[in-house]
Design a protein around this ligand. Sequence first.
Ligand code: AMP
Ligand code: ZN
Ligand code: FE
Ligand code: FE
Length: 283
Amino acid sequence: MARATAPGGYDFHTHSVHSDGTTRPAELAAEAAALGLEGFALTDHDTVSGWDEAREASRAVGLDFLPGIEITTKHEWESRHLLGYGIDPHSGELLAALARVRDSRLERAREMVRRVAADYAITWEDVVQDGDARTVGRPHIADALVAAGYFADRSTAFEQVLHPGSPYYIGTYAIDTLDAIELVRAAGGVPVLAHPAAFRQRAAVQAAELAELAAAGLWGVELAHPENRLDWMPELELAVGDLGLETTGASDYHGAGKPNRLGEQRTSPEVVARLRELVVTPR
Ligand code: AMP
Ligand code: ZN
Ligand code: FE
Ligand code: FE
């Protein structure tokens, strides 16, 4: 608890309305400043569209902003989320890969809504509006179910309808994790593996896999994340130490969409300074 209220540090993984968060990038900056954070990274799913607003708002409140992204990837059929920091937002190859992920997300959401709508009175228009540029995900279907009065919040809608074991669930296209690491590096960015011990996973990411990702160019691992299972951490910490990988911390804040509190886990300024030396994108 002390950690959540102490000033300083960086929240290195947050979402805004550009994907499935409920907070505008500028509001995120204001909330981060009010908490006394030194800075934060905006890491919306598969998009960089929130960066400009977040950067400008951060500048206005004296906050150090780090542009980031959370890429939907898979390694040998296991879902892996890859954070990329400081990438060149004009890198054609990366942008094309991200566009493919977002297109697939849209198709998959349409099909999931078709299935869900057989049993719950929601429509596609309740989920995605005209001109909607957000990266679409299951949380937006959850929001439609909540708005229609079926469930109290996103979490309940996930438990009841949207979880991977449900008959309504459909997977989405994901970039191979090794390819995504290379894409991030080629775009001048720094790749970090998100929530490697998340309780929704079958198991923590194993040492052999981490070694493979490290050989491909992985820079760091998000060891401090509210959804990492503490009983899986000792082994993971050993592997990260052996491989000489950096460690980051973050809340994975989704505004009102998840119980995660902004700044509840953080990255140290020393780690941020080392990362800064590697990236191409200016503040
Ligand atoms: P998707 O990318 O469409 O597969 O949806 C995954 C997103 O849903 C992630 O950003 C998670 O943070 C969020 N999510 C997964 N499970 C839950 C849950 N039980 N409650 C709220 N959000 C969730
Ligand atoms: Zn999310
Ligand atoms: Fe994630
Ligand atoms: Fe996330």
